[in-house]
Design a protein around this ligand. Sequence first.
Ligand code: NDP
Length: 236
Amino acid sequence: MQKSRVVLITGGSKGIGRIIAEKFRDAGYSVAATHRTGSVPEGVLGVVCDVTDQAQVEAAFTTVEAELGPVEVLVANAGVTKDTLIARMSDEDWDAVIDTNLTGTFRAVRRAARPMTRGRFGRIILVSSVVALMGNPGQVNYAASKAALVGMARSLTRELGSRNITCNVVAPGFINTDMTASLPPETIKGYEARIPAARLGESSDVAAAALFLAGEDAGYISGAVLPVDGGLGMGH
Ligand code: NDP
């Protein structure tokens, strides 16, 4: 029997990342997930890692390799927001979001790429956002960090495609997690009115898309942006 594939999810302590970890575990993958605070789901290997720290990213991969084997599926999910209008956006607001969402993803992908190349198999899934391509007032830093992941995925596809490595972007719309729980109720109502599905999404909706892209059946899909947004972005 083929050994189950090894998957690493960044930001698996809560929200979308936690549900992705559970979904892959339930599908029979060998699952590791990073956390800074909190814990990861039962049956998942937890590795402490702040993606803004290169040494911690290196240590996390080394631990996963020792415990489970080389990472074959990477889900780069860790992300933060620091929303405010452009005139009030500080350098710190900008840097914190770029360092986590964009550079943090880069650090994890760079560390994952060589063993995937050696193993002639890889599935890289970058968690972006519907606002990457639609834009959103108050999210210049966040939208820029998430839009950059599309260019990253497409460049990785061109670099690594011949090695049986795919790289795709999942672009969630507004999903019920701590990240959206902090929004004022009238903002949520406003979003619901604009979403064709007329509701916020669930983390399981995003997890299903990640599981599909990681699977053997998705081996000829790369450089794609898969929206999971109830139609809000109309395919973008
Ligand atoms: P949550 O705030 O619920 O969870 C964020 C996760 O990222 C946590 O596990 C957190 O870990 C981790 N994280 C944050 N900063 C770092 C860091 N520096 N190093 C390592 N891990 C970190 O957010 P969501 O689950 O809602 O979001 C998950 C992803 O989905 C993000 O990339 C987000 O941008 C994206 N997304 C979310 C949408 C939504 O509506 N919720 C919509 C579109 C995209 P810890 O708790 O341990 O700090």
